[in-house]
Write a protein that binds this ligand. Sequence first.
Ligand SMILES: Cc1cc2nc3c(=O)[nH]c(=O)nc-3n(C[C@H](O)[C@H](O)[C@H](O)COP(=O)(O)OP(=O)(O)OC[C@H]3O[C@@H](n4cnc5c(N)ncnc54)[C@H](O)[C@@H]3O)c2cc1C
Length: 418
Amino acid sequence: MSEYDAIIVGGGPAGATVGTLLAEKGRKVVILEKEKFPRYHVGESLMPFCYFTFERLGVIDKLNERAYTNKHSVQFVTKDGRMSAPFYFFQHLDHPAATTWQVKRSEFDEILLDNAREKGAEVREETQVVDFLYEGDTVVGVTAKGKDGESYELRAPITVDASGRDSLFQTKRRWRKRDPKLKKIAIWTLYKGAKRDPDLDEGATTVAYLDDRGWFWNIPMKDDIVSSGIVAERDYLYKDTRDPKSIFEREIENNAWIKDHLSCGEQFGEYWVTGEYSYRSEHCAADGIVLVGDAFAFLDPVFSSGVFLALKSGEMAADAIDSALQKSDTSSVAFSDYGERLCQSMETMRSLVYAFYDEGFSFGKLVRKHGDLRGTLTDCLIGDLVDKDYGPLMEAIGGLASLPEALPYGRTAAKSSA
Ligand SMILES: Cc1cc2nc3c(=O)[nH]c(=O)nc-3n(C[C@H](O)[C@H](O)[C@H](O)COP(=O)(O)OP(=O)(O)OC[C@H]3O[C@@H](n4cnc5c(N)ncnc54)[C@H](O)[C@@H]3O)c2cc1C
């Protein structure tokens, strides 16, 4: 007998979304989170289409109350500091979703996790999942360790891996496949008092180019804080030192806009570094388990798609789980449709990411050559990705950049091996 309908590993945006939506459907769920919230997390810039999941979760008012910096646009800046015309979301989307936020993730993630609790999910913080329980090949639960250090077992017909980049299940099964080309690393930190652009552009996400298609992000947040980071090839970043602070300071000199904006601010806190960039799991589900958010796949963050994909995959997985529980069949085939739709959405974003890194490509060039596709491009940048065919846009981008073949993996274990 299982005490729960679903066990969720990880209480980030993906896990909290699955937990909230299943609890609202009357399912008995437990979310096991190894940290005590609030905890620091990178990934502050949201995409407009996060709005629709927030609406389903019932958190729009709570997010509005926090008065996060409004993000109306994304803008691209050349090395010598020339800025492209910003992509204003409201020019294309006549909906409150067109204004999104730059959030403080520690607070934002706590809002989502508290909301899951309020909606009826049981949340156990400082509880680390250390292993999965099997009956034959089917996952039937987890072994967890509470803050007293004691291990115990929990069982449920479905387990959800929402453990983020730790990717507990795909690591244990050796399912992680790195993206063949997107082998970047990131170094980032925070600033107080950095320069902000005026009016509507105050909260814009800025992507500023470096040599070799590396780039800086500049994310202005509330409390006069800016999140600033570099993404580039390892060899380029580590060419003369491995000290993150020295690398960061060296690269500030390489983009005029970044130098102008950061020089009046004061850096504080750590310099964080992450490698092992983009990856996708061989499979998105096996019998008794489904993978969501970064625990399934991670895509280079140049278009701020991570939180959106975490929320959306959480939403789609919750619906698939509910219907699987109704049919008393949580084998991997219940997640075939989930895997197809999620992989298709990720491929659209992945093609845009490949184009971004292609020497021959720029958004300016694309829009000058195909002015009629500016709106369609904005659709991608705002996160309108699920169940959408971007054939004509991809054809146009393909004329300027070399686009990747769709990855042949990421579907359910049953379907892929059939
Ligand atoms: C450098 C960088 C910049 C980024 N910038 C952006 C951005 O600007 N915008 C954007 O949208 N996205 C960005 N992202 C991506 C974004 O951070 C992630 O996609 C998003 O946080 C994924 O949410 P998640 O819920 O899947 O995972 P997470 O938010 O990582 O949550 C996973 C949770 O699982 C818990 N956990 C892990 N292992 C266990 C375990 N064994 N037992 C129990 N709990 C466990 C963790 O403590 C964590 O709280 C960026 C990522 C990186 C690396």
